[in-house]
Design a protein around this ligand. Structure first.
Ligand code: AMP
Length: 980
């Protein structure tokens, strides 16, 4: 493009770089412009002396309407023309080593001159000469080098003016300046314009790098000039940015990329702050990204978006990724016990509702085992498979659980951000990531209880039992391991037997020697199940064989439990009275004195009971009948005493002196006691005809009746509270070395505050007074179903036999006054006990309570808990009512103790009334009749809601009737169901 002024021009061209057309700018810097100088050119012509010859001369011409000065020459008719025209000194720019010379000229056609065509020329020559200084008018041809011969493309004829434009390059310039010269050798021509310029690449910003204006082309003979640039503000590059400037003044091939720094993005050749809510973490030419979820929105220029409160990035999470919250707790944590028999259960749960936005959820399971209220980590004792931590599945198999313990499993959901959970920072709404489940395996019988042994001098017959439980497979094989107790510790020899039945006779043993036995149940697949604790049995010595007599002929059952194991393990010296020989046995402050030790029983009465004048006693109402006479409620109004309600026991007229003494012996015993849970003696009337015993009055009467009237209506907590009172009274009695012998719910009295007190003392009462008393083969009357086997067998009445009876009382209490062993005969009861059967758990009985009952009924009395143990255990249970939550397994068919589908004669119930009578629910007969339920078939159709609808409201009664119907439907009731 030519502009008329011609000083500076910008040329645009297009270059393909990396497949992209980019626009390049070229700039020209003009060093000399003939036309712009007008008439002031001042160029030197040579030869200086023109003479006749005409050389170059300035001619003013009119061209396209404008006036311009030209250098012309036209010596066509003459020979040997050599006319020079030299420019003024042209200053060079240091880096411009090559310049462009653009010429515009006209050359006349030689043919247009007649006859002079021989000498006429149509070309001219261009010369240059470098110099460091302006040499003024001194001119020497020899100093000039030829640049080119210039020939016109078009020659001007007579009629038409043809302007030629030619550009030549003068290269390799190195001095401060130079001259150009035009040599005419005989042409007729005019130089219209001479323009000398060099090209530059203009200052530019390319790819976030700024490059300065640069003279085009490299040094001598170099086409490209390398140019270093600098990254724009807030941009950086690994290698310094470079670009090349071509000879034509074009920028090409940028090298080294500038990229915006973190927090900046490229916009129009600059690096601009990220907008609010956007971030850029790295040096790159990417645009800023939107902040990810759960991050804080920062103001502009963010490098990263920090996590919002309660959200985190795991160490492995990209810092640019979203933040996540802690997972919420696993849900629906349940324990299933398909393999209860093997001491296994499966814990399973559902993933947390809120995973915190993460997929790397894993779980850990913590196990704690609790005995009473004391909990400790399960440690190695319990196996968790596949692992206890890092679980990807939502379940874990738990094995090697022990019975009688509560286990608390805590399942925690973890994710990559869980480590922040323990940072202890105050966190507002963070939900816990843990779920806890407390469970117990009520598989009383899972571990075999080493059972019945028949002992002889050289053999022991053992049997053991694993309590059957519904849905629980019975073990099919057992592993029995035994050894001599006092074997040389270095060489202990174990004998191992695999047995397919639950009993064995081991012969060839040494007489009077203790052996240690352990039985392990094997599951049908052969995997080991629960193991019994190691139990010790001794073969008989000659003397003992004779003492044990009748009872050892039957069997001695030895059922072992964990709870009292430790203590008992070192108090097992022998069968006789180990119970009292323990060093832990505290000697009571006061010991009970048997009134029989007094020669005159009246002396005992005088000593232990205070005499009341009959006029101070007012009888009001008969409240009961004893063997010796009526029992009255009355008022005692003695001087110096607070007036109050009392119970007055009277002695029937016509008694013998022996009877009178027996009657009064109760007072001499009772008078020795002073305890909250022992009925208090107010005094006696002995000096008058009608002897009386006056005691505190117990408004609610006998415990058994009291409970029967409130069947199912009292919470376990209250029932256990009552047991606690009875146990406290019994502890007191045992501390005084008093053996009650007739502990039963009927002999416990209840006052207005529901305090229970032990009553019914006296020497002959078991023989005479108690309707439950039954004559035994060994003589004497014994309440069989309350009495320990050793007391029945050989009248071994001890506090340990009282403990047995206390177990029965516990059962009576939990069963709301139900008769122990229901309608079994005494004979059947004894047989069952001897065969290691025990009462089953009453309905809704806390597991811990039932366990305690079973402890009380251990065959080996030395292993039974003692009353202080019982008191402290019950105390513990009452202090943590949670411990009463686990309910012992219950089998309705056994607990209702129906003759199942039949009446007492073995045939089905003939009427609804008969059935109701059998379950002691006759009071509802009318309800059934009114509702039209008159046949047993109709009864069997009834659902719980129907029972309610006909008017059975009390929960206990509802349950009893419903369970009975269940039992009627299931005809498989047998005694074996409540084997221990
Ligand atoms: P006993 O001869 O001690 O078995 O008493 C017979 C019945 O009299 C008991 O079953 C109670 O119902 C009642 N009885 C005995 N002593 C008391 C008392 N202290 N307070 C209330 N009732 C009593």
């Amino acid at each position: 493009q030519m502009d008329s002024r011609g000083i500076k021009r910008l040329l645009f061209s297009y270059v393909l770089i990396n497949g992209i057309f980019i626009t390049l700018q070229t700039k020209e810097e003009v060093l000399l412009d003939m036309r712009a100088s007008g008439s002031e050119l001042g160029w030197l012509t040579w030869p200086f002396e023109q003479g006749s010859k005409q050389g170059w001369e300035v001619v003013q011409r009119s061209l396209n309407g404008s006036q311009l000065y030209t250098y012309s020459v036209c010596n066509v008719g003459e020979h040997e023309q050599d006319n020079w025209l030299r420019t003024t000194f042209i200053q060079r720019r240091p880096s411009a080593s090559r310049v462009f010379v653009e010429l515009q000229f006209i050359v006349r056609d030689c043919n247009s001159f007649d006859g002079s065509s021989l000498t006429c020329k149509e070309t001219f020559n261009l010369f240059s000469s470098e110099s460091d200084a302006d040499i003024g008018t001194s001119f020497r041809k020899g100093q000039f080098k030829k640049v080119a011969t210039i020939a016109p493309d078009e020659i001007t004829s007579r009629n038409e003016l043809r302007i030629n434009t030619e550009t030549r390059v003068v290269e390799s310039l190195s001095r401060k300046g130079f001259y150009l010269a035009f040599q005419d050798i005989g042409a007729c021509m005019a130089l219209l314009s001479v323009r000398v310029y060099y090209k530059t690449c203009p200052a530019t910003v390319k790819s976030l790098a700024a490059f300065p204006e640069t003279v085009a082309g490299g040094g001598v003979n170099q086409a490209l000039r390398e140019v270093a640039g600098a990254c724009v503000e807030n941009a950086v590059s690994e290698e310094p940015p470079r670009i090349y400037c071509t000879v034509d003044g074009e920028w090409v091939v940028p090298v080294g990329q500038c990229q915006c720094m973190p927090g900046y993005e490229a916009v129009n050749d600059t690096c601009r702050d990220c907008q609010p809510g956007f971030f850029k973490a790295f040096v790159s030419n990417d645009a800023c990204e939107l902040c990810p979820v759960n991050t804080k929105l920062l103001s502009s220029g963010a490098l990263l978006c920090p996590c919002a409160e309660d959200f985190y990035r795991a160490p492995d999470d990209p810092t640019t990724g979203p933040c996540s919250g802690l997972p919420s707790a696993p849900r629906e944590l349940v324990a299933t016990t398909t393999q209860l028999a093997a001491g296994k259960l499966q814990l399973s749960w559902s993933p947390p509702e809120d995973t915190g936005g993460r997929s790397d959820i894993s779980y850990s399971v913590e196990c704690r085992r609790c005995e009473g209220t004391a909990c400790q980590p399960c440690g190695e004792k319990v196996r968790l498979e596949p692992a206890s931590t890092g679980l990807m599945d939502t379940r874990v198999a738990v094995s090697e659980l022990e019975p009688h313990l509560n286990y608390t499993f805590t399942v925690e959901a973890h994710s990559g951000v869980s480590l922040f959970a323990s940072q202890g920072l105050p966190r507002s709404n963070r939900p816990p990531s843990t779920s806890t489940l407390t469970t117990a395996l009520h598989y009383t019988g899972r571990s075999p209880y080493l059972g019945v042994i028949v002992r002889s001098l050289t053999s022991l017959s053992l049997s053991w039992a694993v309590a059957p439980r519904r849905l629980m497979p019975q073990p099919t094989r057992y592993k029995l391991t035994y050894r001599k107790k006092d074997d040389n510790l270095d060489v202990t020899t174990y004998t191992v037997l695999i047995l397919e039945k639950s009993s064995v006779q081991i012969s060839d043993l040494s007489p009077g020697t203790a052996y240690l036995f352990r039985v392990q149940a094997l599951s049908p697949e052969g995997s080991p199940g629960g193991s019994s604790i190691e139990d010790e049995f001794e073969t008989l010595t000659e003397e003992k064989r004779t003492i044990l007599g009748f009872w050892s002929e039957i069997i001695i059952t030895d059922v072992s439990f964990l709870l009292f194991r430790r203590r008992n393990s070192h108090s097992r010296q022998g069968p006789e009275d180990t119970y009292f020989s323990s060093s832990e046995q505290l000697k009571p402050l006061k010991t009970y004195v048997d009134p029989h030790t007094y020669e005159d029983p009246n002396m005992a009465i005088l000593k232990f009971a205070s005499e009341i004048h009959p006029s101070h006693v007012t009888k009001q109402k008969v409240i009961g009948a004893g063997e010796f006479g009526e029992v009255y409620r009355g008022i005692l109004k003695a001087p110096g005493r607070k007036e109050g309600a009392v119970a007055i026991k009277t002695l029937k007229p016509g008694y013998s002196e022996k009877q009178r003494q027996d009657f009064l012996s109760e007072a001499s015993i009772m008078g020795q006691f002073s305890h909250q849970n022992i009925i208090r003696l107010e005094g006696v009337v002995t000096k008058f005809k009608h002897a009386m015993i006056v005691t505190e009055y117990m408004e609610n009467g006998a415990l058994d009746k009291y409970l029967k009237d409130r069947d199912g209506e009292m919470p376990s907590f209250q029932l256990v509270g009552m047991m606690y009172g009875i146990a406290a009274g019994m502890k007191y009695l045992s501390d005084m070395s008093y053996v009650h012998r007739d502990l039963a719910a009927r002999n416990i009295l209840v006052n207005n505050n529901l305090e229970c007190k032990v009553s019914d003392f006296g020497l002959s009462r078991v023989l005479e007074d108690d309707p439950e008393g039954t004559y035994t083969t060994s003589g004497g009357k014994i309440p069989i179903r309350w009495t320990a086997p050793e007391a029945i067998a050989y009248r071994k009445f001890t506090s340990a036999s009282d403990v047995w009876s206390f177990g029965i009382v516990m059962w009576e209490v939990m069963a709301f006054g139900e008769r122990p062993y229901w309608d079994m005969s005494n004979c059947e009861v004894m047989k069952a006990i001897n065969e290691a059967f025990r009462l089953p758990a009453p309905m809704d009985c806390p597991s811990a309570v039932y366990q305690l009952m079973l402890q009380c009924w251990l065959q080996d009395r030395s292993k039974r808990p003692r009353f202080p143990d019982i008191v402290s255990l019950l105390d513990k249970l009452l202090r943590s009512p949670e411990s009463l939550k686990a309910i012992a397994d219950f089998d309705p068919r056994v607990s209702i103790r129906l003759p199942s589908t039949s009446g007492s004669d073995g045939s089905p119930f003939r009427s609804v009334a008969e059935w109701l009578e059998s379950i002691k629910m006759s009071q509802y007969s009318e309800n059934f009749t009114c509702a039209g339920v008159v046949t047993m078939d109709q009864v069997l159709q009834m659902k719980n809601v129907d029972i309610k609808n006909i008017g059975v409201r009390l929960p206990g009664h509802l349950k009893r009737i419903a369970y009975s119907i269940l039992g009627l439907k299931d005809q498989t009731s047998t005694l074996s169901v409540f084997a221990v």
